[in-house]
Each structure stands twice: as C-alpha cells, then as structure tokens.
Design a protein around this ligand. Structure first.
Ligand SMILES: NC(=O)c1ccc[n+]([C@@H]2O[C@H](COP(=O)([O-])OP(=O)(O)OC[C@H]3O[C@@H](n4cnc5c(N)ncnc54)[C@H](OP(=O)(O)O)[C@@H]3O)[C@@H](O)[C@H]2O)c1
Length: 343
C-alpha cells in the first residue's frame, strides 16, 4: 500500500513558502509488529510550532528541527485500519502525532511531542473528530492552562488575549468571557476584529496594525489589564508590561511574531516594569499539563454542548494543501483552528 507524506524540501529563507515542502509517495510497511497500529489519517492540525522546526537549528529546549527530506510530524486524528495494540480496534478514531501523511504506523508507546499527543482513542459520539485537535485538544488545553494555572485568572480580572482570532486565542478569549471577565482581543485585520466583536462577543477589540499599539490597548482597557495571555511576544508583550496593573500576570504561550519573521522580532525594552509593578511573567507548554485535559474537556465540552462557544475552523482539503495551510495560518489568513482534511 502506498501513502503520500509531506517532507521538508529545504530550510525556509525568511517567511515559509509552500515550495519549502515536497509531497512524496512512500510504501506503507507490510505487517505490523506487536504494539503497532496502522491509521488512515483524516484530520491534521496546522500549528505555528511547525515553523520553529523548519530551520537548520531550533530554539534551545524545544522540539528538534526536521532534517531535509524528513517527513513532518504533528498532531492528527485518524481511523485505525489494523491493530496489534491492546485496546485499539479497526474503526476506532485515535489522536496521535504522526500527522502530515495519509497512512501512519504508530507505536502504542511511541513519541508524544513533549506530552502533546500520545496515541489515544477518541469518543466521537458527541463531538467531531477534529474538535480533539482544536477546542477539546491541544488548543483548548493551552487556552485553559494559560488562563487557569499560569495566569491564575481571578474574579474581576481584565484580560488581554493576543492573536485572539486564532485557535488558542479564540478559545482563551471565550473561556475568559464565559467566566464573566472583561476581555480585550487583538488581531491582524478589520475583518478578524469584526469576528471577535460580533461572533465571539468580546468586550473590546483592536487591529494591532497601528502605529500606537499601547494607545490601542489603553483605549480598549482604559483602567489597565490584570492578565495578558501572550501568543505573540515582541511589541505586544512590551505594550502589556506598560499597561498591566500592579500584581498583574503574563501567561506566555508563544511568540508567533518571531517564528516566520525575516529578522528576529525586537524584545520588550521595558522589563523593569516587571519589578516596578510586581508582575509575574511565566511561560508554559500545555503538554506538561495533560493531566488537566479532563477538566478542560468538562468545561469546554459544556460550552460546546450549550452552543455558548464558537469553535471556528479554517479547513484546507487534501494533503497537497498542507503547505498552503501552514503559509496561510502564519500570515494571518485563517480564522480559528487551522486544519487539513484528508480524503
Ligand atoms: N505553549 C503551548 O503549549 C502552545 C500550544 C499551542 C500553541 N501555542 C502558541 O500559541 C500561539 C497561537 O497558536 P495557534 O495554534 O492558536 O495559532 P493561530 O493563532 O491560530 O495562528 C497564528 C496567528 O498568529 C498571528 N500572527 C502571525 N504573525 C504575527 C505577527 N507578526 N504579529 C502578531 N500576530 C501574528 C496571525 O493572526 P493575525 O491575523 O491576528 O495576525 C495568525 O493567524 C502561537 O504562539 C503558538 O506557538 C502554544
């Protein structure tokens, strides 16, 4: 049996391009070993983190870079075709990390991408398979942990979420709003700003393409903010440090402004604000908090069931569209969770 796989063709120069990848046909190994599961992938998660693995070197302490010619990995959902692993039967839907290919042979005790996705059976009777990549998966867990554990969200906190129209941001913004907080969301276009105010019902929104980011934040939250959920880094983090109230917190989920930039984004020049105002700035990777997946799914699953949470998706079709999906997501052309659906 043959399967198409997406490989890294060359290291991107500056912004990633679709032709930095190649689509190759490979033979799926015949005969499974003990503990192996053959899966036909149906949904791929398109995440900014893939960008950090495309260069010759990656950030220290992070997932290792892909080699030229290596098949990409990433979170995926698929259907079990054959299994020699106890507890997995043909027809089961599973979450795993061997995305970016049509068929995957997965080891039951294989890699988990730092806790982000060990192979697990999914109950898709109530929620869609792809929701386990978005609202009920890694994006939801990142949003939940960032607010709850890292940001220590407290009654009456005023919250700013950057990249608020994206997968993690749109969930963090809605969880905070549904818990009764005043939520400011920022994004990169007027159309996405409209999505934030009209569909996600955020209290204040702005497009960060402004010469005065701090002014835009001040207008959105005139009395300051208590929690900044940082998806972007750079100038956004600097604006937050100026505008946080005494005792405020920053939950750092990512720094997407620097992932695909031709030159490294400037860092905040006002770190002394952390001292001056007793701020707490704390980074995290959701994979280290997978013991909270059940708690997150209980809360977010309820919101989904009641129709109170919008789980927006931008879907690309076919493995051949995965490079375009990566490019579009990093350039801000997608809304909500970016996914690739395989036929
Ligand atoms: N810590 C963790 O465990 C964890 C897990 C998952 C994701 N993350 C991080 O969370 C963040 C969001 O991830 P996601 O999956 O939800 O992606 P996403 O927000 O759905 O997509 C990325 C978005 O980043 C925005 N962006 C791109 N370049 C930018 C720039 N120069 N300045 C400001 N915004 C820019 C774009 O939206 P605009 O149109 O708004 O510009 C783009 O759509 C990323 O930093 C990611 O690395 C962390």
């Amino acid at each position: 049996m043959q399967s198409r796989e997406l490989k890294l063709a060359r290291h991107p120069q500056g912004r990633v391009r679709s032709d930095d990848f190649s689509l190759d046909v490979v033979s799926v190994p015949e005969g499974l070993g003990p503990g192996d599961i053959l899966v036909r992938n149906s949904w791929l998660s398109i995440d900014p983190s893939v960008r950090m693995r495309l260069g010759p070197t990656g950030p220290a302490g992070y997932l290792p870079p892909f080699r030229i010619g290596e098949t990409l990995t990433g979170l995926a959902v698929g259907e079990v075709v054959q299994s020699r692993a106890p507890g997995f039967e043909p027809g089961d839907m599973v979450l795993h990390i061997n995305g970016f290919r049509e068929f995957a042979v997965i080891r039951q005790d294989g890699d988990t991408l730092a806790g982000a996705g060990g192979v697990t059976r999914l109950d898709t009777t109530e929620h869609s398979p792809q929701s386990y990549l978005g609202a009920l998966g890694s994006s939801g867990l990142t949003a939940y942990v960032g607010l709850q554990c890292i940001g220590e969200l407290t009654d009456d906190d005023v919250v700013w979420i950057s990249s608020a129209a994206g997968a993690v941001g749109s969930l963090a913004a809605q969880i905070a709003r549904l818990r009764g907080h005043y939520v400011v969301g920022s994004t990169g276009s007027a159309e996405k700003a409209r999505f934030l105010s009209e569909e996600l019902k955020l209290d204040a929104v702005f497009d960060y393409h402004t010469p005065d980011l701090i002014g835009a934040l001040e207008s959105a939250a005139p009395n300051g903010i208590d929690l900044y959920f940082d998806n972007v880094g750079g100038a956004h983090l600097e604006a937050a440090l100026y505008h946080l109230r005494r005792g405020g917190r920053v939950a750092m989920a990512g720094a997407v402004a620097s992932y695909d930039a031709e030159t490294a984004a400037a860092g905040p020049n006002n770190l002394f604000q952390i001292v001056a105002k007793n701020l707490t700035v704390r980074g995290f990777r959701a994979g280290a908090y997978d013991h909270l997946l059940g708690d997150m799914r209980a809360e977010v699953g309820n919101y989904l069931r009641d129709g109170r949470l919008v789980a927006a998706e931008t879907v690309f079709d076919g493995l051949e569209s995965a490079p375009d999906a990566i490019v579009a997501m990093l350039r801000g052309r997608t809304v909500g969770k970016t996914l690739c659906r395989l036929r």
